[in-house]
Design a protein around this ligand. Structure first.
Ligand code: GLC
Ligand code: CA
Length: 554
């Protein structure tokens, strides 16, 4: 076993974690202050989203200098100090490498846009306009509009899969690859233990650059497949040049990859990545309206079970799963799939039980461990560039939705839902900052915060601690086989984990209804009776209560 296979990894969004100097922005000294809290939770590693110099158009996913810590987060020495302190407590530190694109303020891009024949000219993807002067093709950017922006100095367009301030790097250029690899080696020298690789499956482009098949009503068309022909080759090279020689863990973000692609990315013999974040299980509540408008639907838990089970069985003995429900791009699970009012504790712990019972490495996003919820913000309280661009297109330009309809969707799924500051206690600004927080604290902080949760009888934090301990102490969770029971049941997730003579059952009610045990069409379930972990007190044999979750042994 590698260390990361036994680990639970805690994701920190530094900007919103803890502000140590009162400027309203979470920072690295703030993370150092909270290390005892992280240690208490029991995780083996922390992953920090980008802390490099950045104009923050996309909260640091627009990097201006890969080797500088942005002063708003502290100095490089603070990061070194964090790594030293974390290592003292046996906590590994994982950074986020944004290798698909830089900021348009990165000196590489500022030079590149000047002319067609300087050292940096080919660092980005430049194409001539069509004869009529328009963009080279109809590709849409992920954050709205065309994926191409015109630059008069070169009389050319550059490609950006995200915002126009995030130009895509040209990975076909071997010098670009070396620059990225060098930056990663630089951070290794500072003690970093591994990488989360931002949209790494998008680094290779379709080199024909042809139009995507037209979609009625759409001027720009989102690419269905964003992985080009050299993706595996480039990732393999990254592995050989940096990851393996320096023994660094890797987890890649794989937005459009199928399970077969995930398997290719993570099968050890292919020497690419240790793990990859798949997106498929997060699409169970996504919908599109008849005119292409943003929509959500009731989560399809049958689909959730199918996708997670498919991942478990496809990767079994071949590769390793990265497990997550929440992160800085997703909203809060009790609000999204559970019940964040009456059954907040129960639904938070129910989904946690599902995730931590599976085979793979669980990732926990800051605040998930106390059951934080989505704030119900007004339009002017959102910050995210993706959301703002989408509002402009869907509500203002195309009038596909009213503001109210738009907000109804975003209250469920907006990325900003999870980016509101961490709720530490009931004091001013939830104890996040003595100043004015860069982003508004969820007004429910008086009721939901670390201090209160840890004093409560129903502590989500305590439940996470127990789950994390189980993962560390019980090989059955890391090494046991997986088998789903009652796959046809829409309301209950039941699966077995088996290792030698140990036999466990994970049983979770996904609804706010009470479900009679007699409804579960499996004779096996009744064979399990010894409680390993349970989110209710007292065993109830005849029924599953709302969001009841339990791991039982035979
Ligand atoms: C990834 C990040 C997201 C960012 C995007 C562009 O999906 O997780 O936050 O906006 O890449 O870098
Ligand atoms: Ca600060």
């Amino acid at each position: 076993m590698k260390w990361w296979q036994k680990a639970v990894i805690y994701e920190i969004y530094p900007k919103s974690f803890y502000d140590s100097n009162g400027d309203g922005i979470g920072d690295i000294p703030g993370i150092i202050k909270k290390l005892p809290y992280i240690k208490d939770l029991g995780v083996y590693a922390i992953w920090l989203t980008p802390i490099y110099l950045s104009p923050q158009v996309d909260n640091g996913y627009d990097v201006a200098d890969y080797r500088k810590v942005d002063p708003m987060f502290g100095a490089t020495d603070d990061l070194k100090e964090l790594i030293k302190e974390a290592h003292k407590q046996n906590i590994k530190v994982i950074l986020d490498m944004v290798a698909n694109h830089t900021s348009d303020q990165c000196v590489w891009f500022r030079e590149s846009k000047k002319s067609k024949d300087n050292y940096f000219s080919d660092f980005y993807i430049w194409k001539d306009p069509k004869p009529d002067g328009s963009a080279p093709n109809n590709w849409a950017a992920s954050f709205g509009g065309s994926a191409w922006t015109y630059v008069p100095e070169r009389n050319q367009y550059y490609l950006h899969y995200y915002a126009s301030q995030q130009p895509d790097l040209n990975w076909e250029n071997p010098i670009v690859r070396q620059y990225i690899f060098d930056a990663m080696r630089y951070w290794k020298a500072q003690g970093v233990d591994g990488w989360r690789l931002d949209v790494i499956t998008q680094i290779s482009k379709d080199l024909t650059f042809k139009d995507a098949p037209k979609v009625p009503g759409k001027k720009y068309v989102p690419l269905k497949n964003t992985s080009g022909p050299h993706m595996h080759k480039f990732i393999h090279e990254l592995n050989r040049e940096v990851l393996s020689p320096f023994d660094m863990m890797s987890v890649g973000e794989a937005p459009n990859s199928s399970i077969d692609e995930i398997l290719k990315l993570t099968a050890p013999e292919r020497e690419e990545l240790d793990m990859a974040f798949s997106f498929e299980h997060m699409r169970i509540d996504k919908a599109t309206g008849p005119n292409g408008e943003l929509a959500v639907k009731k989560p399809d838990f049958k689909q959730l079970k199918d996708v997670l089970s498919k991942m478990q069985t496809k990767l079994a003995n071949k590769a390793w799963n990265a497990l997550y429900f929440e992160n800085h791009d997703r909203s809060r699970i009790p609000s999204r799939w559970g019940d964040d009012k009456k059954y907040r504790y129960e639904s938070a712990t129910a989904f946690a039980t599902i995730l931590h019972g599976l085979c793979g490495t669980p990732f926990v996003f800051q605040g998930e461990e106390i059951g934080m919820t989505n704030p119900q913000y007004d339009m002017n309280q959102y910050e995210d560039i993706e959301l703002k661009n989408s509002y402009q297109e869907q509500v203002e330009e195309k009038k596909l939705l009213t503001t109210k309809e738009f907000l109804d969707v975003e209250h469920k799924i907006a990325r900003d839902n999870s980016r509101a500051p961490m709720q530490w206690n009931s004091s001013k600004n939830a104890g996040f900052s003595q100043g004015t927080p860069w982003y508004q604290v969820n007004p429910n902080y008086d009721e939901i915060n670390v201090e209160k949760d840890r004093q409560s009888k129903k502590s989500v934090f305590k439940y996470y601690q127990d789950l994390i301990k189980l993962r560390h102490n019980e090989d059955i969770l890391t090494e046991g086989t997986y088998k789903e029971l009652i796959p046809e049941d829409e309301n209950v997730f039941a699966y077995k984990r088996d290792l030698n003579d140990k036999h466990w059952l994970v049983l979770v009610n996904l609804t706010s209804k009470t479900i009679p045990m007699a409804d579960l069409k499996s004779d096996e379930i009744k064979n399990y009776s010894k409680i390993i972990i349970h989110n209710y007190e007292g065993q109830e044999e005849k029924q599953l209560r709302p969001y009841e979750a339990v791991i039982l042994a035979k």
